[in-house]
Design a protein around this ligand. Structure first.
Ligand code: NAD
Length: 350
């Protein structure tokens, strides 16, 4: 098992080395920027194409650049002088987004190809790519009682159309930049990440945030009824953001994992109906469930097989869903009432 190396105790990384985080205006990139800042790294460059007022988190003392990384010259500018690059930029969202906007999802290939080439040319030491469980062969995910997906299940390939294929190809870029050019790349396949400071309305939000918001709304407007996409039997696992950040750091500093895709996800499988029941418990209400069967619902079931991550890192994402959801629900509730009171809240729209 690899020694528990993190950025903060890595012999290769000084506290004043430049760390670049792309997609830093979004959910995971924003949280990762805060994570490294809190660990005492003094030179962090946060990059996103969104204008600054729309960033989910802004951390004082962090350099910010608003750049569209699908353009080569911007990718070159973004990674100038970087020692480590964490690429979290992608045009993405929940099921509703990735099933409807496949072209946008596929076009993220431009970000990933320009950024890895620019990183290689800039002499970056380590490059992290945020892949997704959507790379897995969809034919293995047709039953809610799924067998958890292990890393080798991506091939033979039959990824999620659009988004999944783009991620799979970008993984291959990472593998070949290591094989042919010696750039140390790291590839984590995230399984649904949730937590405070994520999108919770507007069209890109994912199931946990969307369902928390719906329950809050139903409670507030007195209807006590919510709409659920699909029949609620589809299963997923959900990883709390703090686990995701710790996992990214561990993976990035583990040489055994160079150019080796690895699952980063919780293995606590729940159906969407069970997820709703947990949210009801947290909210202290019961709601009527109206099923919208024709809505996007994704694969029937998906879970993360964590055998590999446990064997390499001696760790797996472990925040219980109930605990992470309670924090997420509380954050969305406060955002909801702020917004209702006319205060500005940061979110994303299609
Ligand atoms: P997010 O949408 O909150 O953040 C992505 C950010 O990338 C956004 O702020 C967006 O403005 C930015 N971006 C998009 N196009 C850009 C461009 N051309 N140039 C610069 N910035 C651009 O998403 P997230 O949930 O934080 O996801 C981060 C990464 O993790 C993505 O690569 C995503 O595919 C991957 N991922 C996330 C999840 C999840 O559950 N959140 C699951 C699997 C994989």
């Amino acid at each position: 098992m690899a020694e528990a190396l993190l950025a903060a105790n890595s012999p290769d990384l000084r506290k004043d080395d430049l760390i670049v985080i792309t997609g830093a205006g979004g959910f995971i990139g924003g949280a990762l920027t805060r994570y490294f800042h809190e660990q005492g790294f003094t030179r962090i460059r946060a990059v996103d194409k969104k204008p600054l007022p729309q960033w989910f988190q802004r951390i004082p003392g962090v350099e910010t650049l608003c750049l569209d990384l699908s353009k080569e010259e911007n990718a070159i500018r973004a990674v100038e002088g970087a020692v480590e690059v964490y690429n979290l930029a992608a045009d993405m969202g929940g099921m509703g987004f990735i099933e409807r906007f496949r072209v946008e999802c596929l076009r993220s290939i431009l970000i990933n190809t320009h950024l890895i080439e620019a990183s290689y040319r800039a002499g970056v030491q380590r490059y992290f790519f945020s892949s997704s469980a959507c790379v897995y062969n969809t034919t293995l995910q047709q039953d809610p009682n799924v067998r958890a997906l292990k890393e080798s299940d991506a091939y033979p390939a039959m990824a999620e159309r659009g988004y999944g294929w783009e991620k799979l190809l970008s993984e291959m870029f990472c593998q070949e930049y290591w094989a042919e050019r010696g750039l140390k790349t790291f590839i984590a396949r995230f399984h649904n990440v949730y937590g405070p400071h994520g999108t919770w309305f507007g069209g890109r939000e994912k199931a946990p945030a969307a369902l928390c918001r719906k329950v809050i709304e139903a409670k507030d407007n007195g209807t006590y009824e919510i709409e659920i996409w699909g029949d609620g039997t589809q299963t997923r696992s959900f990883m709390y953001i703090d686990d995701c950040l710790y996992g990214i750091d561990r993976i990035m500093h583990c040489d055994e994992l160079i150019a080796t895709p690895i699952n980063l996800g919780s293995s606590e499988l729940v159906s969407i109906n069970e997820l709703v029941s947990l949210i009801e418990e947290i909210a202290g209400v019961k709601v009527r469930r109206r099923y919208k069967l024709e809505a996007p619902r994704g694969v029937a079931g998906r879970n993360s097989d964590n055998t590999f991550i446990k064997s390499v890192l001696g760790w797996e994402p472990c925040t219980p869903l109930r605990e992470g959801l309670a924090k997420t629900y509380a954050w969305i509730e406060s955002q909801y009432y702020d917004r209702k009171a006319g205060k500005r809240v940061v979110t994303d729209t299609l």
